[in-house]
Design a protein around this ligand. Structure first.
Ligand SMILES: [Zn+2]
Length: 168
């Protein structure tokens, strides 16, 4: 899981008091002189923006601009201070992929079981049913192959299958 420093705490720890306003926090902009706060910090998006001078960015770029330091120095600066860590929102693509994996695997298991039962039971008699059972016979190895991919550990193959099946 990816973690992020809390931009609100970075700003406050840099000596800029913030007040809560709605979803955001506001304060006096350190990048231009002002009497009414137009410096806005969003904890949700982990960014800052000043509506007075147009400065904006994330916690790292805030530190870089404020202290006129490099990216590396800003990272180091963060390492020397303790901040609470904010969990990032779960990756929706990953969530959907995992959900697809689960449901497609269920579907495949259901189909493989069903086909095997039909083939064994001698349900297919007569010319028409023979053709039908041939179709199922051809479908079986494909399903078994998909089953193998889904139960395996090769995520690239799984993602390929995900795209092929349109994520059903
Ligand atoms: Zn400003």
């Amino acid at each position: 899981m990816q973690i992020n420093v809390s931009i609100k705490e970075v700003v406050i720890n840099s000596g800029i008091p913030l007040k809560k306003r709605g979803k955001n926090h506001i304060g006096l902009c350190p990048f231009h002189s002002e009497k009414t706060p137009s410096f806005t910090v969003s904890e949700e998006k982990q960014i800052f923006r000043c509506f007075g001078c147009g400065e904006g960015g994330d916690a790292i770029s805030f530190l870089m601009k404020l202290h006129k330091i490099t990216f590396r120095e800003a990272m180091k600066w963060l390492g020397h201070n303790t901040f609470t860590f904010v969990e990032r929102k779960p990756d929706m693509k990953k969530v959907m992929f995992e959900a697809w994996k689960k449901s497609y695997l269920n579907k495949i298991c259901f189909l493989i079981r069903g086909i095997n039962r039909l083939l064994v039971s001698g349900f297919f008699k007569g010319r028409w049913q023979v053709e039908r059972s041939a179709v199922l016979f051809h479908a079986l190895p494909v399903l078994e192959y998909h089953h193998e991919i889904l139960c395996g550990s090769d995520e690239d193959l799984q993602k390929e299958l995900y795209r092929e099946t349109g994520g059903c």
